[in-house]
Design a protein. Structure first.
Lengths: 162, 162
DNA sequence: CACAAATAGTTGCGTTCGCAACCTTTTCCG
DNA sequence: CGGAAAAGGTTGCGAACGCAACTATTTGTG
């Protein structure tokens, strides 16, 4: 039995409905979800997405560096650098040169940064939950299993440090 | 045994691993997949992502307008406008003012545009297949069911014309 | 020890993007 | 009919981004 989409045919106009094309669907979905979340970050905390990712990465870690953030989030290092600079200027983080390797900067949240983090994280998790609530528990499990699978295939899983 | 993520706790530092946060995972995955696909579009056909999406939308349609593309792809109308302008300049599309409503422009692929489309679509589908091949057929079905679910919840499904 | 290669991080520059403002044409309604 | 509002589409402008080049420090190797 054929699956949902007819097989590609070697004729003049091969069938492609963009709305059924998984790469496009992932992009559209990710953009929509991000937009909803970014409302919280921006309107209520004055953060943009790179800044939120830096906060979220530094928050639970100890002795975190910009390089580590860039690798684990797959953001370009200049994006990370600029986000950190802005967060430091806002008094949410501190940058201290590591005396063991003076190229590195140890990153930490300030008291104000930890307060913002503690306030923001529950809201983010709540939004995630209300989004995922449209699926049954079993369906969600299968969906995240699919994500795991794709991430592993593409080398995005945690273990891979590039 | 704990499930993957410990439940949120109302203490100073609620646990959030960005790598387990679905909105972030979707963004990272979509970016990675897009990057791989964009290689084809750019290197072999000189298209960027907005241009590819316009081509892919106009290809199978008849009497398509910029507005329709913007709605169905959820791209900003300026992005669509600029992509169309560039494609027209390259001789891949034509813009004809609709005589019934002279605000609209009817979009069509030129012969060269159809040729490029016919060449590109199979490559795109092939890439999609090789990506999705990391899942079993049943797992893929469950995964796309999850996508359907999220898209419907967010109002992204085809039916919704905003 | 010295010098080349590698790593952490920053900055200048050109490109892309989204917002707002704008032009044109059509629709809505008194 | 006629003017206001709406809709399709384009453009100016400022912000954000990635690439490449750069500085500073460390590591590797003869």
């Amino acid at each position: 039995m054929e699956s949902k989409r007819p097989a590609p045919q070697p004729q003049d106009a091969p069938p492609l409905q963009l709305g059924d094309f998984v790469p496009f669907r992932l992009n559209r979905l990710a953009a929509e979800v991000s937009e909803h979340l970014a409302e919280i970050y921006r309107a209520r905390f004055g953060l943009d997405i790179p800044e939120w990712r830096v906060m979220a990465t530094v928050g639970p870690e100890r002795g975190c560096t910009a390089q580590h953030i860039a690798r684990s989030t797959r953001m370009h290092k200049t994006r990370v650098s600029r986000a950190i600079a802005h967060l430091e200027k806002r008094g949410l983080m501190t940058r201290v040169t590591n005396s063991a390797d003076r190229r590195e900067m140890e990153l930490r949240l300030t008291r104000a940064g930890r307060r913002l983090y503690a306030e923001l994280v529950p809201l983010a998790l709540e939004r995630e939950n209300s989004l995922l609530a449209c699926m049954s528990r079993e369906q969600l499990r299968a969906f995240t299993a699919g994500l795991d699978c794709l991430e592993t295939f593409l080398g995005l899983r945690k273990g891979s440090a590039d």
